[in-house]
Design a protein around this ligand. Structure first.
Ligand SMILES: NC(=O)c1ccc[n+]([C@@H]2O[C@H](COP(=O)([O-])OP(=O)(O)OC[C@H]3O[C@@H](n4cnc5c(N)ncnc54)[C@H](OP(=O)(O)O)[C@@H]3O)[C@@H](O)[C@H]2O)c1
Length: 255
């Protein structure tokens, strides 16, 4: 019998920041491949609307609204998912944001909160989710990094630092969990047309500069890292761990 390496039937996935943008795109992709997708974000009504959209396209979805920086709420949400749905097999650490400030404008609080969402929360969620994954002998953790770890545009150093740390976390946990059936990988998107980049849209010369700087001569779209997420969440990537998969239209390899 033929085996579909990308099938996710019977798997339960939590996508943080799944209410819009790349997180929602990955959630749709995972649901299309059979996973029950638990959508996370901070606004319950938006998540509920997204859950209905996924179900309308034939997928299975649920909602877990919490702030990923709230340690107790995050731990409780993972325990609740395992209790309700039997397991948590796939964790996509996607929620993040940056502050468009340069070195002298960035306050200590801004620095701390950007690192908290982009890095610390991913460590804590991974620790919480990996306990069950290790017990069951199968798990996938996918961290959403950025090509800004390789090429920074300035005025986003806290974000770059958080994402660079996240790639370190990816490699460290990958080695730690490799013999236990759990893979840990990352996706590094290039410039994608989502809300996080609304300031570019409001500034046509900067928007065009990014388009021209990208060898494919376009911005990425909200659903264009879903393929990478499905690959890294499925048996198709069974022998891949600690990898950072760049999805950037060629930007980071071009002068
Ligand atoms: N777009 C790009 O060009 C690009 C490039 C490289 C990397 N990335 C990375 O890709 C990921 C997704 O970005 P995006 O472009 O899709 O951003 P986005 O459209 O701004 O979406 C961010 C998502 O994160 C959620 N979120 C933010 N803070 C949260 C928190 N504390 N707790 C729970 N949820 C939270 C938001 O939901 P609520 O506000 O409703 O809570 C939303 O669902 C991020 O890690 C980003 O750094 C994006």
């Amino acid at each position: 019998m033929k085996k579909n390496l990308f099938a996710l039937d019977g798997k339960v996935a939590l996508v943080t920041g799944g209410s819009r943008g790349l997180g929602y795109g990955m959630a749709c992709g995972l649901a299309d491949h059979g996973a029950l997708v638990v959508l996370n974000g901070r606004v319950p009504d938006t998540l509920e609307a997204r859950r209905r959209e996924i179900e309308a396209r034939g997928g299975k979805a649920a909602v877990a609204s919490f702030d990923v920086c709230d340690r107790k709420a995050a731990d409780a949400a993972i325990a609740d998912i395992e209790r309700r749905y039997g397991s948590l097999d796939i964790l996509i650490n996607n929620a993040a944001w940056g502050v468009p400030h340069d070195l002298f404008e960035t306050t200590d609080d801004e620095w701390r909160s950007v690192l908290d969402v982009a890095l610390d929360s991913c460590f804590r969620l991974s620790r919480s989710a990996a306990r069950g994954m290790v017990k069951r002998g199968w798990g996938r953790i996918v961290n959403i990094s950025s090509i800004n770890t390789r090429i920074s545009r300035g005025t986003n150093t806290a974000y770059v630092t958080g994402k660079t740390g996240l790639e370190g976390l990816t490699r460290g946990l990958a080695v730690e969990l490799a013999s236990k059936g759990v893979t840990v990988n990352a996706i590094a998107p290039g410039y994608m047309e989502t809300e996080i980049n609304d300031d570019f849209k409001a500034d046509p010369p900067r928007y065009e500069w990014i388009r021209n700087r990208t060898p494919m001569k376009r911005w990425g779209q909200w659903d264009e890292i879903a393929g990478a997420a499905i690959y890294l969440s499925s048996d198709a990537s069974a022998f891949v761990t600690g990898h950072v998969l760049v999805v950037d239209g060629g930007m980071s390899i071009a002068i």
